[in-house]
Design a protein around this ligand. Structure first.
Ligand SMILES: Nc1ncnc2c1ncn2[C@@H]1O[C@H](COP(=O)(O)OP(=O)(O)O)[C@@H](O)[C@H]1O
Ligand SMILES: [Mg+2]
Length: 408
């Protein structure tokens, strides 16, 4: 019996070297140039648009060392130092073959990594400010290692420093880091982040220590034709050919975000056998995907007040097109005032119920499939909105037929 290949689609995680990856030649070139010329580069873009994968994938090979430091959930300056040291240790130990032949003074420097880590004071209740010299010591270790092997230091989710540390600690840490990095003219530094406003501010606001210190590159979704070829070839590797119209439907449902596209493709693969794949298989995949989203969806909608619910329903119908404080939106959601709209949105912007996010003056669902799950609910029962769904808009009409399995 022929062995059926494993599902090639990956979502919700970094795509490491060797895993199927849709090439992004221009961005990859900028990254390689940054490394070769020991420059500084900021990659900014929406969540799950592929920033981390791009860096990890592009720099996996080559003889330099990549130290990737993920700052997501950063708790303190000590935590920052611990993360830097832990990643440095991990990078070096993954290159055992190299570290065996270390010059003695380098060995000594590296043994400092472990001892520094042990010395870091943790869980201080009444945290004293961490001395700049400790941060400097950690950063100077990077310079030591770099004397031996060219280093690229990648700070992922860099905005977490500004977002999660307190008002004093954040500028202090940024100031010290900037000072140290300025002296590291032989180290390449790459920064990435998704909470756009605070990240941009770090690099573009004139009082910030990082003001104009790096080139900023926008990472958008992958071009549709490149992504189409990528998805097609993955399906073909498992003997699956998409019928006419299926790829278009996939893009209507999932949008342009590569993570969402891969998530839907994953389910389509899982719900099908080798052979041609049509809209019937796609509908079955949407049903499974929605059953997954339903778990958190029910929790969000189930506990919401009537105002909050109507606001979520109205947003599912017309986010992006509507100003959530405009009269048309208020009428659709049956909300009387600007304040009631604001109140209804608030609990969904932060914490465990955070299904919405602000983008400038607009509000949208953080997850495309949460929007579709909520949308299916209103389409099934248009009376959930006081004015009905009326003229639902072009996109809604386009996806409606593919939600057939959910609308009965
Ligand atoms: N080049 C790519 N080709 C195919 N899929 C990708 C690519 N880049 C990202 N993805 C998809 O997006 C998901 C999230 O990628 P990730 O690098 O974690 O994004 P970010 O760091 O921007 O949040 C991956 O799990 C994968 O499904
Ligand atoms: Mg990332």
């Amino acid at each position: 019996m022929k062995h059926e290949p494993a599902n090639p689609f990956v979502f919700g995680q970094v795509i490491g070297p060797g895993a199927p990856f849709c090439p992004r030649p221009q961005l990859a070139r900028s990254i390689r140039e940054t490394v070769e010329n020991r420059q500084r580069l900021v990659l900014q873009g929406d969540r799950r648009v592929g920033k981390t994968s791009l860096v990890e994938h592009t720099l996996a090979e080559g003889d330099g060392l990549l130290v990737s430091i993920d700052l997501l959930g950063l708790a303190s300056v000590e935590d920052f130092m611990d993360r830097v040291l832990a990643r440095l240790e991990a990078t070096l130990s993954s290159k055992r073959a190299l570290t065996k032949h270390l010059p003695p003074d380098m060995k000594e420097a590296l043994s400092m990594v472990s001892s520094l880590r042990i010395d870091l004071p943790f869980v201080q209740v009444e945290a004293k400010p961490v001395k700049a010299s400790t941060v400097m010591q950690v950063m100077s270790l990077l310079a030591r290692v770099n004397e031996w092997k060219p280093l690229t230091v990648f700070f992922d989710e860099f905005q977490e420093i500004a977002d999660r540390l307190d008002e004093k600690a954040a500028p202090h840490l940024l100031g010290v880091l900037r000072g140290e990095m300025q002296r590291h003219s032989r180290i390449a530094y790459i920064f990435a982040g998704s909470a756009k406003e605070s990240l941009t501010e770090i690099f573009t606001a004139s009082p910030s220590p990082f003001y104009q210190s790096a080139r900023i590159l926008e990472v958008g979704p992958l071009p549709r034709d490149a992504m189409t070829r990528f998805l097609d070839s993955q399906f073909l590797s498992g003997g699956r050919g998409l019928d006419d119209g299926v790829m278009e439907a996939i893009f209507s449902l999932a949008g342009d975000n590569p993570n969402d596209l891969q998530q839907l493709a994953y389910h389509l693969w899982a719900r099908s056998a080798p052979g041609p794949l049509g809209l019937t298989e796609l509908r079955a995949a949407v049903v499974t995907l929605m059953a997954e989203v339903a778990r958190s969806g029910e929790r969000v909608v189930g506990n919401a007040t009537p105002n909050q619910r109507r606001m979520l329903f109205a947003l599912a119908l017309c986010e992006g097109e509507a100003d959530v404080f405009g009269t048309a939106f208020l009428e659709l959601a049956g909300l009387k005032t600007h304040q009631s709209s604001d109140q209804a949105i608030k609990p969904f912007l932060k914490g465990t119920l955070a299904v919405l996010e602000k983008q400038g003056s607009r509000v949208r669902f953080r997850e495309r499939f949460m929007r579709i799950w909520v949308l299916a609910r209103v389409l099934r029962n248009p009376r959930l909105l006081p004015t009905g769904i009326g003229h639902a808009g072009q996109w809604v009409e386009m996806v409606r037929p593919h939600l057939a399995g959910l609308l009965q």
